[in-house]
Design a protein around this ligand. Structure first.
Ligand SMILES: C[S@@+](CC[C@H](N)C(=O)[O-])C[C@H]1O[C@@H](n2cnc3c(N)ncnc32)[C@H](O)[C@@H]1O
Length: 270
């Protein structure tokens, strides 16, 4: 028998997919309450097709974690059956298209954060520069423990890099922070996605760069960690993700927050 939670999710997914033809871009979910405190939209599809359909200067923060262009495959045998690979994880002109669209969609005087890795960092850095961003700094996320990899021939990596850039100029909120961000990684057994990011880290970046009610945009949303952070921080969100299974898992996570906060999900037509 399905749990009520599972039933709720599948209802949302089914109603959402019914709107696919209208949207020409997959499913769209809008979250609402009697008194709406935030709006969330999740679109299933290829962000390189969907981003050009969204209006200029319509988001207040780009906070995203694209494929690192490294042809990722999990080294962990335990994960291999669950998480084989990341889609579109190869270098290519998609990085320039994504960067240019991110710039166009972002309002003036706003911020972008983009996770990346040391070896493909130059591809992303130069693409953001070409798109018009002012590159401010690279933040280093230091994890509490390291991953796998070449166990004998390489240093064990505990870092991930985050490009921080401005469109125009906006001041950071709160006290001055340094660029070393120490946040625990998600325990392997709890992962819903092979490269899932901790919600607390995303919430921290959101608080530094947005005010309540502003729109956070993530075109490579995975299991909707950025949406979850936005809900927790009472920001609106627009998410795009190509993989339906990840969206379904992400919606389930959001439903849990909604439930505990007495929110409901609706499709825009309801
Ligand atoms: C690094 S993962 C993001 C994980 C996410 N931060 C999380 O915590 O769940 C990148 C995601 O981008 C998705 N993706 C790859 N190419 C895409 C595209 N062209 N449009 C939309 N999503 C895409 C992949 O399916 C993958 O889930």
């Amino acid at each position: 028998m399905k749990s009520p939670e599972t039933d709720g999710i599948s209802t949302v997914s089914t109603r959402a997919s019914a709107r696919q033809a209208d949207l020409n871009a997959g499913s769209s979910i809008r979250s609402a309450t009697e008194k709406v405190r935030f709006h969330g939209r999740t679109i299933q599809g290829d962000c390189l097709d969907i981003m050009p359909t969204l209006p200029d200067q319509s988001v207040d923060l780009v906070l995203t974690d694209p494929p690192y262009a490294i042809n990722y495959r999990s080294n962990r045998r335990v994960l291999r059956s669950r998480f084989d690979f990341i889609e579109n994880d190869m270098p290519g002109d998609w990085i320039d298209i994504f960067a240019a669209e991110a710039y166009r969609l972002l309002k003036q005087n706003r911020h972008l954060y983009c996770f990346c890795r040391h070896d493909t960092y130059p591809l992303f850095y130069t693409a953001f520069e070409r798109a018009g961003f002012s590159l401010k700094r690279t933040l280093i996320w230091v994890k509490n423990n390291h991953g796998s990899g070449d166990l004998q021939g390489d240093y064990a990596a505990r870092d991930e890099w985050i490009i921080y850039a401005h469109k125009g100029r906006r001041l950071l909120r709160g006290k001055r922070e340094d660029n070393i961000l120490e946040f625990p990684k998600i325990h392997t057994g709890s992962l819903l996605h092979p490269t899932q990011k901790p919600v607390e880290l995303l919430r921290f970046l959101m608080r530094k760069s947005t005010d309540g009610g502003e729109v956070v945009f993530d075109p490579y949303a995975g299991v909707l960690s950025t949406a979850l952070a936005a809900v927790e921080e009472e920001r609106d969100f627009t998410m795009i993700e190509i993989n339906r299974e990840y969206i379904a898992k992400g919606l389930k996570r959001l439903m849990n927050v909604e439930r505990s906060s007495h929110y409901e999900f609706e499709t825009p037509d309801d």
